[in-house]
Design a protein around this ligand. Structure first.
Ligand code: ATP
Length: 136
């Protein structure tokens, strides 16, 4: 079975370290699959759901914040703002973050404030999306 070494690093530290058979990432221009022997690349990731199949055939999912992925010499390094497994997501916190962002987005805002709140809303919706996927 072919695999590639992977590390997923978030602001909180090492989120995942191991070998994968397959990885699906939220690239800025859409979902993208990564397999062993992928060509060299460095690309940006947006907030979204990452799925990965480990060497024991188990699929995992996580909500990630924006970041980047590098693939070179059959080694993959992902660096992201945040990463959470479904079991670590606090749904009430995400709902509260969503409510707060939506409320503030109703107000008169500078362009920068608007972008910050849109990003916060996207993070909250992404966390909630992962939970809904898991319950479906
Ligand atoms: P909040 O406004 O609730 O703090 P946020 O989107 O601003 O949310 P981030 O800056 O993306 O939070 O992440 C800060 C830290 O909190 C990271 O470690 C992230 O994994 C964690 N985190 C954020 N929201 C949640 C959540 N709903 N459940 C579990 N962990 C969370």
């Amino acid at each position: 079975m072919k695999t590639f070494a992977t590390q997923i690093i978030s602001s909180d530290g090492m989120f995942y370290f191991g070998r994968l058979q397959k990885l699906i990432i939220p690239a800025v221009d859409g979902e993208m699959g990564v397999l062993p022997g992928h060509e060299e690349m460095i690309i940006a990731l947006k907030e979204g759901i990452i799925s990965y199949q480990d060497a024991k055939d188990v699929w995992h999912k996580a909500a990630i914040g924006p970041g980047a992925i590098q693939f070179a010499n059959n080694r993959c390094t992902i660096v992201v703002d945040s990463a959470e497994k479904p079991e670590d997501i606090d749904v009430n916190r995400a709902l509260e973050a969503k409510r707060r962002a939506e409320e503030k987005l109703q107000q008169k805002l500078s362009e920068q404030e608007y972008k910050i709140l849109q990003a916060a809303l996207a993070r909250a919706l992404n966390r909630l999306k992962l939970m809904n996927q898991d319950h479906s």
